[in-house]
Design a binder for this molecule. Sequence first.
Ligand SMILES: Cc1cc2nc3c(=O)[nH]c(=O)nc-3n(C[C@H](O)[C@H](O)[C@H](O)COP(=O)(O)O)c2cc1C
Length: 372
Amino acid sequence: MPTPPLVIGEDYCEHPFHAKSIINISGMSYGAISAPAVRALSLGAAEAGCWLNTGEGGLSPYHLEGGGDIVMQIGTAKYGIRDQEGNFSPERAKELAKVVKAFEIKLSQGAKPGKGGLLPGTKVTNEISAIRGIPAHRDSISPNRHRDIGNVDELLDKIAHIRDLTGRPVGVKAAIGGWHFINDLCDAVNRRGSEYAPDFLTIDGGEGGSGAAPQTLFDHMSLPIAEALPRVVDALLESGLRDRVRVVAAGKLVTAARAAWALCAGADYVNTARGFMFSLGCIQAMRCHTNTCPTGITTHNRRLQRGLVVQEKYLRVANYAKNMNREIDMIAYSCGLRHARQLKREHVRIVETAGKSVALNILYPYPEILSL
Ligand SMILES: Cc1cc2nc3c(=O)[nH]c(=O)nc-3n(C[C@H](O)[C@H](O)[C@H](O)COP(=O)(O)O)c2cc1C
């Protein structure tokens, strides 16, 4: 049978999110990608039943065009959800909650952990200024951290605040550099109560893509998803929070086999940016930051955008998501399972340096407290 939907935030918020698809569209902001690219993703997501994450550039009318599920990302600059001074705006959050299914507080991403950003004034058009809530034609800085979140307790306060305010599930996106963060997070939730837990965690591997990142951070920083994911899942299992917190994995998980690996390691959903970029026609010209993308995906040049025909490309977006889900299910059936959410660590083998393979549950044994 096809993999059933899984609910995010059940029993903890007014409007839990029934997320239908295993494969979903990772955050890519309007600004980093073009209007036709966002429109094709929006229509494709609605057709396939997957969610579309806005990225940190705010919610644009293009995201809403398809009428599918939207996850609104809250970046460090709070683009699209800020007041005149750049602070988080409760009024704006309540407005957004009418049209989005969940909120995601972005702490970091695998391609450039610890790095903020600068949007040059030349790119801050009147439209971008209105969507992001920033002055037009002036440089805009994204800090490298949330100024109103200095530690894990303040993060939990923010999660609970936004959930109460909006009635929508609230998650956290982070790249992983070591085990302190996830251990501290689980300890703090258990100290304060499960109503403070994030409804989902999006774990971004160091191999995660980006429209623009310094090469050194891109190549060398943040743990790969293969290492980060099993340990994050273990921390949730050990602290009794695995059923409370859904796990989304990302980082070059662009084939059904890699996505199935992530489910085996303990993820509930998989996000990809790169996979959907390819479905839009990305040829990896490596010019995302130059406004000269030859495929029209990351350029605001109207002439170059003409190559991206929304009515054609949205079907490819939908087909990619649908076929990924179908093939992940096929892998699960091949393991003798009913659906993909039954995949476990013993269903995957990892080839070690000597060429021998070892089952993932031997490499990363489940915590002893569990009899799975
Ligand atoms: C063009 C582009 C724009 C992106 N913009 C954002 C963003 O606004 N916020 C964010 O958290 N991640 C952003 N990312 C990173 C992805 O959401 C995600 O972390 C990573 O790309 C997932 O790995 P994958 O691309 O290997 O599938 C962007 C990635 C790309 C390719």
